[in-house]
Design a protein around this ligand. Structure first.
Ligand SMILES: Cc1ncc(COP(=O)(O)O)c(C=O)c1O
Length: 395
């Protein structure tokens, strides 16, 4: 069984022609033939077999009626039990709202708790979704710099707090640097949130993808006071390859905050809501795919080590080993090229597409970096990195 699962992450299981048809968001379907897209953090591997079987078995009955507006009980219970078992966070299923992606979970949280003119703190660099959602609801994103994965002193964050500050957006693990926040760091952050009466939006979509010896801690598990002011956003795109099913969840112990989220989600009016197939897939992922996930992690740990070794041997490139997430954030400052120029150069010369560290993707602190995803096979990754190595030696 172990061996069979392990083989799932070999090159032969990557179906490039299907990816060319279905994998968008700067990936296979959007790049020219011959280009390897190490861009959006999405898997090149198919999802776990139990998910495929569960979708088939649900569909076979041919009924696709309206589902419950607050989400299917099986999914709400599965998420609650997962958080209790794996995250030491107790949240009643009734306070868990499945939504149509982690991205929407972030937006919904901002829409529910920020007014025009309010301020919310985000990290820099961090995924663009935080700034985008804050600004979309008319609030202002205030950046706190976390340039690398070393221990953070959060006391400086207090200097950014004003009367307008309502929320701190925590991305743990942190995309794009792969930092996993320690219990000590989260305790400091929790103290600040309690002191200034702030809401914590804790995006934990990457929390399954943690490399040894690091350990994930949810800020909601620190103490009851912080649990009561935290909204956790989670998703199924990163751990289980279900990005196209658009499924995630928001959860909070606090009844008042939950009611506000529910109201803003507009599920009860049926204007919004998640399709039932995605909920079946997500509950199967949590209940039946733990072995698959563990084997995926074993593969990723190997790919991470391969990336770090190869990247640090490339002319002008350097990187720290990510503690979590399947992305590497590469410092390219020594090459003298901007991240935009490097993106163009690698596309042309190495036939590899990367994400440039542009302000629009990750904030100001990302300039001088590029990001690559390593959720692919050893063969594809080796070809891409060797091509980059060769191109950089000509520069
Ligand atoms: C930190 C973070 N949050 C949210 C998302 C979006 O996830 P979803 O596909 O569920 O919208 C991503 C995707 O890259 C991410 O990196």
């Amino acid at each position: 069984m172990y061996k069979l699962l392990f083989l799932l992450f070999e090159n032969q299981h990557i179906n490039i022609s299907t990816l060319k048809e279905r994998s968008y968001n700067l990936r296979w379907a959007e790049v020219e033939k011959g280009i390897i897209p190490l861009t959006a953090a999405d898997l090149d591997f198919p999802c776990a077999t139990p998910i495929i079987e569960a979708i088939k078995s649900y569909s076979n009955k041919g009924y696709f009626n309206y589902g419950p507006t607050e989400g299917m009980p099986i999914l709400k219970e599965s998420i609650s039990s997962y958080f209790k078992r794996k995250r030491n966070v107790t949240i009643d299923p009734k306070n868990i709202l499945p939504v149509d992606s982690a991205a929407f979970g972030i937006y919904l949280t901002c829409q529910s708790f920020l007014q025009p003119g309010d301020e919310a703190i985000i990290f820099d660099p961090v995924d663009f979704l935080f700034r985008y959602s804050i600004e979309k609801v008319g609030a202002t994103a205030v950046s706190f710099s976390i340039p690398n994965i070393s221990e953070i002193d959060f006391s400086m964050l207090e200097t950014l707090i004003t009367k307008k500050t309502k929320m701190i957006c925590l991305c743990n693990p942190l995309n794009p640097t792969g930092k996993v926040f320690t219990k000590n760091e989260l305790t400091q952050l929790a103290k600040i949130a309690n002191k200034f009466d702030l809401i914590i939006l804790s995006d934990e979509i990457w929390s399954d993808i943690i490399f040894e010896p690091y350990v994930f801690t949810s800020i909601a598990s620190i103490n009851e006071e912080i649990n009561n002011r935290t909204i956790i956003v989670t998703g199924f795109s990163k751990s289980y390859g279900l990005a196209g099913l658009r499924i995630g969840a928001v959860l909070t112990k606090n009844n008042q905050l939950y009611t506000q989220l529910l109201l803003n989600a507009d599920h009860q009016s049926t204007i919004h809501g998640i399709n039932v197939i995605s909920q079946v897939a997500a509950s199967t992922a949590l209940n039946e795919c733990n072995d698959w996930l563990n084997q995926f992690l074993t593969h990723l740990q190997k790919m991470r080590d391969l990336c770090v070794e190869k990247i640090n041997n490339i002319n002008g490139f350097s990187c720290q080993a990510p503690q979590g997430c399947y992305v590497v954030f590469i410092d390219i400052k020594k090459t003298g090229l901007s991240s935009k120029e490097m993106h163009a150069y690698l596309l042309q010369e190495a036939k590899v597409s990367v994400v440039p560290g542009l302000q629009q993707w990750f904030g100001k602190g990302a300039e001088g970096f590029i990001r690559i995803s390593f959720a692919t096979s050893e063969a594809i990754l080796t070809t891409a990195l060797d091509n980059i190595h060769h191109s950089m030696s000509k520069l």
